[in-house]
Design a protein around this ligand. Structure first.
Ligand code: AMP
Ligand code: GLY
Length: 423
């Protein structure tokens, strides 16, 4: 069958890599892809948010199944557009995508349906928001309502910083309008982890657990990014905690969606803070995480295309997990996340791609004069398997040491938080 993957990043490379292993595939396409994806899928030169043009292409080309990577096309209604034309696509509708597309919607939904999350208030009015901030004090978290590519949440430990952030979001449109409405919420202490499930209405199937590293620098310092590395599984979510997450977060959410008359089919990602009181939702995403998808899909042993298709059709499926650990180190460009440099030649890739138990997923890469060059903030995901987390980490960093491009930056401590739990 003909399959289309929508998206350009490391997550989409991992999705394409995993789907490609299925014997059901006759041809794999990706819109628009990157230098790594173009090696395993046919390049479709339509941007992921051009949802009508993508549907035209899928009809013309006879695409049998489409899998959407990023949030922007989902929030724009790609699933509604494809379904209107009778095309099979895995992802939530525009209405269901509000769980990610609007923080205010997600917070109100969680409050209404008893899903544990930080206390919060929503503001459209700047002066009221300022008064509230002065009342409640710090530490405090300010979040833009709309999509902001990982830059929409700011933790403030001083009132000055909080007021400055608020002004940037609401008055100066620092995020191009995404921050005109803000959510101000209680600061939660604990350990973060990602819990992602595949959903089809009432039914859901958990994927392996993982932990992202959102801050730019070692020791969780520096600005928030889309994610600088991840590993799977995470000991932060043990069996007991997983039971609580399923019951208090996932099942309450699915029940709430049903009560609201919203049909959800796709990946549902709960970004969690594991606090002393239990799991609390920091954010919902309506897709796989990036970089979490990379180590997660490395550990899925199923014929993932077959599993997705059967699940899409309403059948019972289960995920078989590889016993090994997987770990992903993101290599980013100089200037990321603010103003990443582009166009730098990447060296050492061929050497690393041949290593056993190492997989390199491309993110912001493209081809120029036959060479692979950087083309965005997050450039490569250097991933490895290991029988222990330490082995996966050592193997990934050994591979990283062989790759070079001008201005390359990465965290040296991916996975380290897990060692506290592993002893
Ligand atoms: P979000 O986009 O909502 O996931 O937030 C991005 C990052 O900000 C999270 O991964 C956390 O590190 C941090 N963060 C968000 N909300 C809170 C909160 N209520 N308390 C503490 N940290 C938070
Ligand atoms: N890694 C966080 C996200 O995908 O939103």
């Amino acid at each position: 069958m003909k399959v289309l993957v929508v998206g350009n990043g490391g997550r989409e490379h991992a999705i394409a890599w995993k789907l490609r292993q299925s014997p059901l595939i006759s041809k794999l396409y990706c819109a628009q892809g990157n230098a790594g994806i173009w090696k395993i899928a046919e390049r479709v030169d339509i941007p992921p948010t051009e949802v009508e043009a993508l549907a035209d292409f899928a009809l013309k080309e006879g695409i049998d199944f489409t899998v959407v990577g990023p949030e922007a096309p989902l929030v724009k209604g790609i699933v509604d557009e494809f379904e209107k034309r009778g095309l099979k696509i895995f992802g939530p509708s525009q209405e269901a995508s509000q769980l990610e597309g609007s923080k205010a919607f997600a917070k109100n939904f969680m409050e209404k349906h008893g899903v544990p999350t930080a206390h919060y208030s929503v503001f459209d009015n700047f002066d009221r928001a300022v008064r509230y901030l002065k009342d409640v004090g710090t530490p405090i978290v300010i979040k833009a309502d709309g999509l902001a590519a990982g830059k929409g949440a700011v933790v403030s430990f001083s009132l000055d910083h909080a007021l400055h952030t608020l002004e940037g979001f609401m008055k100066k449109s620092a995020l191009g309008g995404a921050g005109r409405r803000v959510v101000i919420e209680e600061f939660l202490e604990g350990e973060e982890a990602s819990y992602i499930v595949m959903v089809n209405g009432d039914r859901y199937v958990p994927l392996p657990t993982s932990q992202d590293h959102k801050r730019l620098l070692d020791g969780d310092r520096g600005p928030n990014t889309g994610g600088m590395g991840a590993y799977s599984p995470t000991p932060v979510i043990d069996k007991y905690m997983e039971g609580r997450i399923r019951e208090e977060v996932i099942e309450r959410t699915l029940k709430g969606l049903k009560e609201e008359g919203i049909y959800f089919r796709g990946f549902l990602y709960a970004g969690l803070m594991i606090t002393s009181e239990g799991p609390k939702v920091l954010e919902f995403n309506v897709r796989l995480g990036d970089p979490e998808a990379q180590p997660i899909l490395m550990r899925v042993k199923n014929d993932f295309l077959r599993t997705l298709l059967e699940f899409y059709e309403g059948k019972e499926v289960s995920i078989e997990e590889d016993h090994r650990w997987s770990l992903d180190v993101v290599l980013a460009s100089k200037g990321y996340p603010e103003k990443p440099e582009k166009g730098k030649v990447i060296e050492g890739l061929e050497e690393v791609e041949d290593l056993s138990d190492v997989v390199v997923f491309h993110a912001g890469t493209t081809l120029k004069d036959g060479k692979v060059v950087t083309n965005g903030g997050r450039v490569l995901n250097v991933c490895a398997y290991g029988d222990t987390l330490k082995e996966a980490k050592d193997r990934a960093y050994k591979a990283v040491s062989r790759i070079r491009f001008e201005g390359m930056q990465y965290r040296k401590d991916i996975g380290d938080k897990a060692f506290r739990y592993l002893g």
